[in-house]
Design a protein around this ligand. Structure first.
Ligand SMILES: Cc1ncc(COP(=O)(O)O)c(C=O)c1O
Length: 396
């Protein structure tokens, strides 16, 4: 099959034509064929807390969630999500009308865009993008308008003037992500306040992907955009259990928003999966109620891992952007005499036995991302130390 029928019409519809294959498939195959350490895809190499795993086993055994759970999600999980938002951020949501459980954040993003975007609407997103954004905007028939995060003083920063200039009469929504994958940027209180003012002034909806809300380091603070004046009614906040509890395979995510927005998102979601992950929903409800010490230890563990990998990359000769959040590091390959991240990542497994992802693939302006590559550090310390040792061979 060549992707064409006999009438030579491509099989893949034109909205998705540019999203045929992902870089992750290519790089994971390279990792396997070369026996490399795979720091490409963002999943942990150890499971999350034993008590959460046991909670899933209990739910399965007790017959909770083995049949279709309720469309909006099981009441226990909706209550736990609302309690989490209240406890951590002082945001109050009604579990019955303002919380929706989804098949991971991925489905929440897809459903929000399919529900809220009409063909011809413009959607502003921060570039480089998490890879599903561009595809979901395209599936909704929207036009993506990238605003580029640019390296400045050791971090990738948002230019608020550029963001303001990107808004037109056709802009329907802002699609934000903080902490931001792949750059590790955490938007500051001042930046979020300015974004909120802009959204109110131009009457924009905002979809904000906060799946790394518990992974912020050093002095960075995660502040939900929904907590700013005028934002609660226009913001769809998305998070999920995958990153916070290291169970990325369970695919339990959620939306918090006003009743009208939740109803809109649910209208799309019910025709995607309808429902998913029944027993895991009960387990995640328990996970959300873990004491604060769990989140503190999780963050400390990831911070130590960040430092191992960042130190290793620096010693290998990269310019390293130490992330303020997420479990990814973006590094600049130019000090190694390289300029093309895609070519670099294709040869890195052979040269050093490590797999990374070229961030150019997450840009519309590929030239802006050309010299950057992304490494995931959600791996065991000894794996990161071995990767650091291997990468040092690049500088000799
Ligand atoms: C920014 C961002 N959003 C969403 C997701 C997907 O989350 P989930 O696994 O809950 O669908 C990821 C996973 O890598 C991510 O990095």
């Amino acid at each position: 099959m060549t992707g064409m029928t006999s009438s030579s019409r491509p099989l893949l519809n034109r909205r998705l034509a540019e999203f045929g294959t992902t870089i992750f498939a290519e790089m994971s195959a390279l990792a396997l064929s070369t026996g490399s350490i795979n720091l490409g895809q963002g999943f942990p190499d150890t499971d999350g807390p034993e008590e959460v795993r046991e909670a899933a086993v209990r739910a399965l055994r007790d017959g909770r969630g083995n049949q279709y759970p309720p469309g909006p999600g099981v009441p226990e999980l909706r209550a736990a999500v609302a309690a989490h938002q209240e406890r951590r951020y002082g945001l109050s949501y009604d579990p019955d009308t303002e919380v929706l459980v989804t098949a991971g954040a991925t489905e929440a993003i897809a459903a929000a865009l399919l529900a809220l975007v009409e063909p011809g609407d413009e959607v502003i997103a921060l570039e480089p993008y998490y890879d599903s954004y561009a595809a979901c905007i395209a599936m909704a028939g929207g036009t993506r308008v990238p605003v580029t995060l640019r390296p400045h003083d050791g971090a990738f920063r948002l230019d608020l003037d550029e963001l303001r200039a990107a808004v037109t009469d056709r802009t329907r929504l802002l699609l934000l992500n903080t902490p931001h994958n792949p750059t590790g940027t955490v938007l500051t209180r001042a930046e979020l306040a300015a974004i909120a003012e802009l959204a109110v002034e131009r009457d924009l909806l905002v979809v904000t992907d906060e799946v790394y809300e518990h992974l912020v380091f050093d002095d960075a603070e995660h502040i939900p955009l929904a907590s700013f004046p005028g934002m609660r009614e226009r913001t769809v906040t998305i998070s999920s259990a995958g990153k916070t509890y290291s169970f990325t395979g369970w695919k339990v995510g959620w939306v918090t928003a006003s009743p009208a927005l939740v109803t809109a998102v649910r209208s799309a979601k019910q025709y995607l999966t309808y429902v998913s992950a029944g027993p895991f929903q009960y387990a995640v409800a328990e996970a959300l109620s873990l004491p604060d010490s769990y989140f503190a230890e999780f963050r400390a563990d990831m911070l130590a891992k960040r430092n191992i990998l960042a130190g290793g990359l620096e010693e290998a000769g990269f310019t390293v952007y130490r992330p303020a959040g997420t479990y990814f590091i973006t590094a600049d390959i130019r000090p190694l005499g390289e300029t093309d991240g895609i070519a670099f990542c294709r040869t890195l497994p052979e040269r050093a036995g490590v797999v990374a992802i070229p961030t150019a693939v997450f840009y519309d302006h590929r030239d802006q991302g050309a010299p950057f590559v992304r490494f995931a550090f959600c791996k065991q310390a000894h794996v990161l130390e071995e990767a650091a040792t291997r990468l040092k061979t690049l500088s000799v």
